[in-house]
Design a protein around this ligand. Structure first.
Ligand SMILES: Cc1cc2nc3c(=O)[nH]c(=O)nc-3n(C[C@H](O)[C@H](O)[C@H](O)COP(=O)(O)OP(=O)(O)OC[C@H]3O[C@@H](n4cnc5c(N)ncnc54)[C@H](O)[C@@H]3O)c2cc1C
Length: 372
């Protein structure tokens, strides 16, 4: 057993069994998910007089906005990921647990955490923050997943439908200039080893990527709360699960309406929601209940199309082209979780830009042949 697994299992042995004030003097906040929202919530609880337990089934936080660069071998996976424990190293009241949450019992106020190779333990909580993100949705065709691994994003009938139509058109033109045929408003009927059947026509391809839709993670069903069409929890104004005291849902897993429009499933929204709930819990631990509703502050949206071209929309301000691409690159490097990631990505991008070479062209598994 690795040292990394041993510590949380030992530490949380005290958490077994129902919570009583005799066994646990401090309040415990359990956060499920070490993505943007979960980490922001944990950080906001840094000074809380409470035990914070962050559980994730992965030992690392993935910077998803650059995931496609790992998928296309521009960057190595390690350059866009950081161990969650390292992020939490300066936070004394935080325990990071490598385990998958397989159950939530709102009556006994416990979560079931399944440790790799160690079985399942119950972890009691006083406050629960669910930040489990989204999974790709194959719209009922889960068999597509075998041939078309998912990169999650929003769907609709034009490219980048969440942006203004003028920017969306510019992106389509740019894609066409790069030699990409854009087909919108066409339904995918089949994905198999020969490619795709869309709109009744076969498109032969050895590589198919699925970015068409997302669905909330399974943990949401365990909360028994009202959900939207994508399965996200319809939360109250304080991101709480209605009628379940002390239980919150943040990030992509939460369906939040603001001024009649849904808050987008993006990193900024997840960070702001996590931070908000962390601070709210801090207030409640001090016996205060501010009930100030969550408000999303939209700093603007960006998207990149290949080399030298990006778009930016901030309110009525629109921008596109090379300068936007430089701003996009600067913001993304600055937002990476660790200095180490920032330096690696910067170096790799400069190298790729001037040499045209990709940084991580490794196929880590031997290709299957008739002989094996
Ligand atoms: C390919 C891609 C590109 C994107 N590009 C952008 C972009 O350019 N800009 C932008 O703002 N946003 C972008 N997004 C969206 C952004 O990444 C998400 O909005 C953000 O990650 C949501 O944060 P989160 O904390 O809610 O969920 P996540 O970051 O998905 O984190 C969820 C965490 O929960 C853990 N988890 C889930 N279930 C369990 C369980 N049962 N037990 C234990 N742990 C569990 C997961 O392991 C994961 O670490 C992109 C997303 C993808 C997939």
């Amino acid at each position: 057993m690795s040292a990394m697994l041993a510590e949380p299992a030992e530490k949380l042995a005290v958490a077994d069994g129902p919570h009583t004030e005799q066994t646990r003097a401090q309040k415990r906040i359990v956060i499920i998910g070490g993505g943007f929202a979960g980490i922001a919530a944990a950080r906001a609880l840094k000074r809380a007089d409470a035990e914070v337990v962050l559980i994730d089934r992965r030992n690392h936080h993935i910077f998803q906005p650059l995931l496609y660069q790992a998928a296309t071998a521009v960057l190595a996976p390690s350059e866009i990921a950081a161990p969650i424990r390292q992020l939490a190293v300066k936070q004394r009241n935080l325990t990071v647990v490598l385990a998958e949450v397989t159950g939530v019992d709102l009556n006994s106020r416990t979560v079931d955490a399944s440790y790799p190779g160690l079985g399942t333990r119950k972890i009691p909580f006083d406050f629960l923050v669910v930040a489990t993100g989204m999974l790709p949705s194959y719209f009922g065709h889960d068999e597509f997943a075998r041939h078309a691994p998912g990169l999650k994003s929003l769907n609709g009938n034009r490219v980048l439908p969440s942006f203004a139509e003028t920017l969306s058109k510019k992106v389509t033109q740019r894609l066409e200039k790069l030699g990409i045929k854009v087909m919108t408003g066409v339904k995918v009927e089949k994905v198999d080893e020969q490619g795709v059947i869309a709109g009744g026509k076969r498109i032969p391809s050895a590589t198919v990527l699925w970015t068409a839709g997302v669905a909330a993670s399974a943990i949401v069903k365990m909360l028994g709360a009202k959900t939207d069409r994508a399965g996200r929890v319809t939360v109250g104004p304080c991101l709480d699960v209605p009628d379940v005291p002390g239980v919150f849902v943040v990030g992509d897993t939460a369906s939040v309406m603001q001024d009649g429009r849904p808050v987008p499933g993006v990193a900024q929204a997840a960070i702001q929601q996590g931070r908000y709930v962390g601070r709210l819990i801090c207030e409640r631990l001090k016996g205060r209940d501010p009930r100030r509703p969550f408000r999303y502050f939209d700093k603007g949206n960006m998207a990149v199309v290949g080399k030298n071209f990006a778009i930016l929309e901030a309110g009525r301000f629109h921008m596109s082209g090379f300068l936007t691409w430089l701003i996009w690159a600067f913001i993304h490097v600055a937002s990476l979780p660790q200095l180490q990631n920032r330096l690696q990505v910067e170096t790799q991008w400069l190298w790729s830009y001037f040499t045209g070479q990709r940084g991580s062209r490794l196929i880590s598994e031997a290709p299957r042949t008739a002989a094996n």
